[in-house]
Design a protein around this ligand. Structure first.
Ligand SMILES: Nc1nc2c(c(=O)[nH]1)N[C@H]1C(S)=C(S)[C@@H](COP(=O)(O)O)O[C@H]1N2
Ligand SMILES: [Mo]
Length: 541
């Protein structure tokens, strides 16, 4: 069409129209859509390359491993067992923020936008490749994700959907940046753009969630269900009558698997196929050994009640549980391997690279240290270490209870620091004598009269001799102990309190079988377990 001289003159020479660009919010949306596609596609590819090669999980894993111990403790304190979900959601939000920025930058320079994506792709690749046990294929999810993200960015910024937004500016428009003119797209172009973004986000969600779902289905729960555990050569002592006194609110003697606390650094639970599983016994030994799951199940098994506790358990906390474990005793196995002189540490290594170290002397002193395959009559639950984990009576989990175990390495304490030792925790972690009030709960309002105060006390492998309770700093009163099967488990206790009206403090302390009284001085969990007497405040009316 011929422009009339008048129209040409109508173009105001004073407005510096150079490169019309879509308004900023469209750039931010384009960036977020690109990031969503990257994450979704990476999750889908990770179905083939393993869930820990997906960039969100890989980067999260690096953060978990690099985070200074106090920060990690803070995260556990604040988010408790949801710290992992919080980390993933936090990472996703942070990523969305940066993605929006990359989108904005891409409005000015598509090349810079691509560079931003490349940077994120590189972070994902490096994180995935440096995870313990990662092969070269671990780079694939991040590479595919970054490639697709670049395509999406082009589509929504410079490609057909983006260009349509960048209609030439009308006279009098205010420039977004000096030299640019923010474009105000017509309704049709805007609708097309937003529909495109919506479809892209939906596709990314389907790819990502579908990938996650497939990964879980390809997990080991079917293999776990197919496991038939052998009967133990040495059965667990029967649980005596008199455990589990009928006190509402008191922890049951045996903790059901679904209620058993879970603590580990794994952002996705390692899926270890029992068919492919091998345990290598390595290091300073005469006879290096490799055992399959079938080899392990063919050995004589013991079944024992053992109370497992976490070093991060606060006074009065619930990071402790008692289960009936079925497994192969470690003492005879280590004797077969033949530790050499100076091999005073046995390091357990997990499929995900986590490590812990126990004194060789304690694993071979006749206690029921074992390679556990069963928990309360079932194959180990996947999140509790399927197919094989270590359980050692008397040691905190962080120095003994390696889940998803793949290697036992004999070494020395001078030669090797395990995962938490490198982060400032004590190399030795015997469980401290403790007691806890389960009922009444802190802050409860009670009626005057007889109140049953009850809880648990533990001094694994030493045993509990006595538990005492006091009210408002009065005299210590002996509590009644319920039965237990061995010194390796906690003991339930109860005490009948003639409660009088008013505000009261109830406090408990235990004495172990050696006569040592539980330490009363309050100390934090780091570096080798909290100390202090548990107290609860209640109101009686
Ligand atoms: N592979 C692996 N094993 C691990 C850990 C871990 O982070 N990774 N954490 C340990 C700690 S600190 C504790 S307290 C126990 C907890 O075992 P649970 O989750 O079965 O209760 O597992 C131990 N075994
Ligand atoms: Mo722990």
């Amino acid at each position: 069409m011929d422009a009339s001289p008048q129209q040409i003159r109508a173009e105001p020479a004073t407005v510096p129209v150079r490169r019309p660009v879509p308004a900023r919010r469209f750039g931010a949306l384009a960036g977020v859509a690109a990031a969503a596609v990257a994450v979704g596609a990476a999750e889908a590819v990770a179905v083939l390359t393993g869930p820990r090669s997906a960039p969100l999980v890989a980067v999260g894993g690096v953060v978990v491993d690099l985070a200074p111990a106090p920060l990690k403790q803070f995260a556990v304190d604040v988010f408790y067992v949801y710290d992992k979900i919080a980390l993933l959601v936090g990472t996703a939000l942070l990523l969305a923020g940066f993605a929006a920025l990359v989108g904005l930058v891409a409005l000015r320079s598509l090349l810079l936008g691509y560079a931003g994506i490349a940077l994120f792709g590189a972070v994902g690749v490096v994180a995935a490749l440096t995870r313990p046990g990662a092969g070269p294929l671990a780079a694939l999810p991040s590479l595919v994700g970054a490639g697709l993200a670049a395509g999406v960015l082009w589509l929504f910024v410079a490609g057909p959907l983006g260009r349509a937004l960048a209609v030439p500016a009308a006279p009098g428009d205010v420039a977004a940046h000096p030299g640019d003119v923010a474009a105000y797209p017509d309704a049709y172009a805007r609708r097309r753009f937003l529909t495109g973004v919506g479809l892209t986000l939906g596709g990314a969600a389907v790819g990502g969630l579908g990938g996650r779902w497939l990964s879980t289905r390809r997990g080991v729960s079917a293999a776990r269900s197919a496991v038939r555990l052998p009967a133990p050569a040495s059965a667990a002592a029967p649980v005596p009558a008199g455990v589990d006194p009928v006190v509402p609110g008191l922890s049951p003697y045996v903790t059901p698997n679904r209620d058993f606390y879970r603590i580990d650094t794994a952002l996705v639970v390692p899926q270890v196929d029992p068919e492919a599983w091998r345990l290598r016994i390595t290091g300073r030994i005469r006879n290096p050994m490799t055992l399959s799951y079938a080899d392990l199940l063919a050995r004589p098994m013991i079944e024992r009640h053992i109370t497992l506790a976490c070093v991060s358990n606060e006074v009065g906390g619930d990071l402790i549980g008692n289960a009936r474990w079925l497994g192969v005793p470690l003492g005879p196995l280590l004797a077969e391997a033949g530790p050499l002189d100076g091999a005073d540490q046995v390091v357990g290594r997990s499929a995900d690279g986590w490590t812990c170290g126990s004194p060789t002397a304690l694993l071979t002193d006749g206690r029921d240290a074992m390679l556990a395959v069963g928990m309360n009559g079932e194959p180990l639950p996947v999140e509790h270490g399927f197919p094989v984990r270590v359980v050692v009576p008397g040691l905190y989990g962080y120095v003994s209870a390696c889940k998803w175990l793949v290697e036992l390495e004999l070494t020395s304490f001078t030669d090797f620091d395990a995962y938490w030792v490198r982060r400032g925790w004590s190399a030795r972690g015997p469980i401290k004598t403790h007691s806890r009030i389960d009922t009444p709960r802190a802050g409860r309002r009670l009626a005057a009269g007889e109140v049953v105060v009850a809880g648990v006390a533990w001094a694994q492998h030493v045993g509990i001799r006595q538990v005492e309770v006091r009210v408002d700093d009065g005299d210590w009163q002996p509590a009644t102990l319920a039965a237990s099967v061995s010194t390796d488990t906690w003991v339930q206790w109860s005490w009948r309190w003639p409660a009088t009206p008013g505000e009261h403090s109830l406090q408990v302390r235990a004495t172990d079988a050696s006569g040592a009284v539980q330490i009363g001085q309050p100390r934090p969990v780091a570096p080798d377990g909290a100390t202090g007497w548990h107290a609860v405040q209640v109101t009686v009316s």
